[in-house]
Design a protein around this ligand. Structure first.
Ligand code: PEP
Length: 249
């Protein structure tokens, strides 16, 4: 069965609650689609107003992070139950910015992935190599490790429903998109890794996005690749261009 495409915007640390509602209202008509799953991953404080603004549309709301404990003395953190109650369906986990600035590791990402599943939130688990790793020829070894550890104790049934975002770090926010061939090659490698860890059926079902300076011009070719099931979009998710990316065909 053909996998349904999924295009998610990662708003990062942008937009106050009132600005976020204005952006959601602006994008709403532009991202209408019967063919593509559309997600707005927004800052925690924007989740409730944006969820309200997109009620009754095809847009799902996602979080950009989540803690792996249920509740308690974890000042500043947000629990999965809080996200669910606020209307969140997806959560971005292990984004390279969280790995770099907030000490996320493959192990903490794995704890968060498991916890998200416990609460019925779909993880968008990020992976991707640095420029140095690409130049050293260790891209696939590095990503396979991120994926394998990130998925520890995740069942095949769970894995089939999740999303993996391949985001080469050197392409994030730099305006430098990976070539279509580079993106397809790694996404195919991730799918092969899933087949090894689980089985072919799981590898066929799991959705793998490409992320890294995707824009309206590059999306059509990227999303047409056999192993690329949509995109995780940063900068362009804050502009009307996001509508063109969703409706890339
Ligand atoms: C991202 O942060 O997930 C991302 C892909 O950003 P950008 O599209 O701006 O490179």
């Amino acid at each position: 069965m053909a996998r349904r495409k999924i295009v998610a915007g990662n708003w990062k640390m942008n937009k106050t609650p009132s600005e976020a509602v204005a952006l959601a209202e602006e994008l709403k008509p532009l991202v209408a689609s019967d063919d593509v799953d559309v997600v707005f991953c927004v800052p925690a404080i924007d989740i409730i107003p944006v969820a309200e603004a997109v009620k009754g549309t095809n847009i799902a709301v996602g979080a950009e992070n989540m803690y792996f404990e249920e509740k308690g003395a974890y000042t500043g953190e947000i629990s999965p139950a809080m996200l669910v109650d606020a209307g969140v369906k997806y959560v971005v986990l292990g984004h390279s910015e969280r790995r770099e600035y907030f000490a996320e590791t493959n192990e903490t990402v794995n704890k968060k992935v498991l916890k998200a599943f416990e609460h019925g939130i779909t993880p968008i688990m990020c992976c991707g190599e640095s420029l140095e790793q690409r130049e050293q020829g260790v891209t696939m070894d590095f990503i396979r490790q991120q994926v394998k550890v990130g998925l520890q104790n995740v069942t095949a049934e769970q894995a089939k429903t999740m999303v993996i975002a391949y985001e080469p770090i050197w392409a994030i926010g730099t305006g430098k998109t990976a070539t279509t061939e580079q993106a397809q090659e790694v996404c195919a490698g991730i799918r092969a890794c899933i087949a090894e860890v689980y089985d072919d059926a799981t590898a066929e079902a799991i959705r793998i996005q490409y992320g890294g300076s995707v824009n309206a011009a590059t999306a059509p070719e990227l999303f047409a690749q056999a192993d690329i099931d949509g995109g995780l979009v940063g900068g362009a998710a804050l502009k009307p261009d996001f509508g063109k990316i969703v409706n890339y065909k």
